[in-house]
Design a protein around this ligand. Structure first.
Ligand code: DGL
Length: 271
């Protein structure tokens, strides 16, 4: 048994898709979440910048003595490999678990990946999928506008504009005949109901945040590092800018009010 918290980070609200899965599947665990709201979005930036941001995020979480750190960010998991490979705690990213789930789910070996520009450009998902299933065909589409939709809470299934934007991104994947789509940016599972209704029920969506949490659960259980069963874990949320919206949108995304658990922490402070 290990009482230390799990540290989770993302550029903003996206990583809450992983938090949601921890609350449900690892309810006994304490969570420290860091959303770099000061510098979101990450996905349109250079490798050098993303590496530097990832290092700061990890350094921030390391002050909490975490037993496991999760990059609940497809962009960091794909691009900032130098930053994440240096982590001294147990580490889980979202790319490998999502790639494995997609290979498992596809029937026709045609897998779509919706992610940020930096993630698609890195080819990270393609590499992981091909390593598991060389016959798989991978079709990537970078969807930067979807990050903005989530950061602005345009996630309602009835939202006509969001729907049309999603259609524009998904149509090429459907023409390519994919039967599985990886939501390769952790912001995108928050749009899953719209994406599913546009893609149709024949397409299986892979939630990378959820898959990363399942991987973390496995690692913690196998190493006997889970917290005491039956206890109720706590969660603290830190953000690097006083984004008024964070608590409000988080309430929609998580279905709980976290406003008294959100702390503003300037990244210029020494950790
Ligand atoms: N949620 C992140 C990802 O999974 C980052 C999105 C962004 O900041 O551009 O890629």
């Amino acid at each position: 048994m290990d009482k230390r918290p799990i540290g989770i980070f993302d550029s903003g609200l996206g990583g809450l898709s992983a938090v949601k899965a921890v609350l449900k599947y690892l309810p006994e665990e304490d969570i420290i979440y860091f959303g770099d709201t000061q510098r979101v979005p990450y996905g349109s930036r250079s490798e050098k910048t993303i590496e530097a941001y990832a290092k700061d995020d990890i350094a921030f979480l390391e002050q909490f003595n975490c037993k496991l750190i999760m990059a609940a960010c497809g962009t960091v998991s794909s691009v900032a490999v130098n930053a994440t490979s240096g982590i001294k705690e147990l580490f889980v990213g979202v790319v490998k678990p999502a790639a494995a789930a997609a290979v498992n789910a596809t029937k026709n070996n045609k897998i779509g990946v919706m992610a940020t520009w930096a993630t698609i450009n890195s080819g990270a998902y393609t590499k992981e999928i091909k390593a598991l299933e060389p016959k798989a065909e991978v079709f990537g589409v970078s969807c930067p506008v979807l990050v903005t939709l989530v950061e602005n809470n345009w996630i309602d299934t009835d939202d006509y504009i969001s729907r049309e934007i999603i259609r524009r991104y998904i149509d090429p994947l459907l023409k390519d005949g994919v039967d599985t789509i990886i939501l390769g940016c952790t912001h995108f599972p928050h749009l899953a109901p719209i994406i599913q209704s546009v893609a149709g029920s024949g397409v299986k969506l892979i939630d990378n945040g959820f898959e990363a949490v399942m991987q973390a659960k496995k690692i913690l259980e196998e190493s006997s590092l889970t917290n005491e069963k039956g206890r109720k874990g706590t969660a603290q949320y830190y953000i690097s800018d006083k984004t008024q919206n964070f608590s409000m949108i988080a309430k929609t995304l998580l279905g709980i009010d976290i406003s008294d658990k959100v702390t503003f922490k300037e990244l210029t402070e020494k950790f």
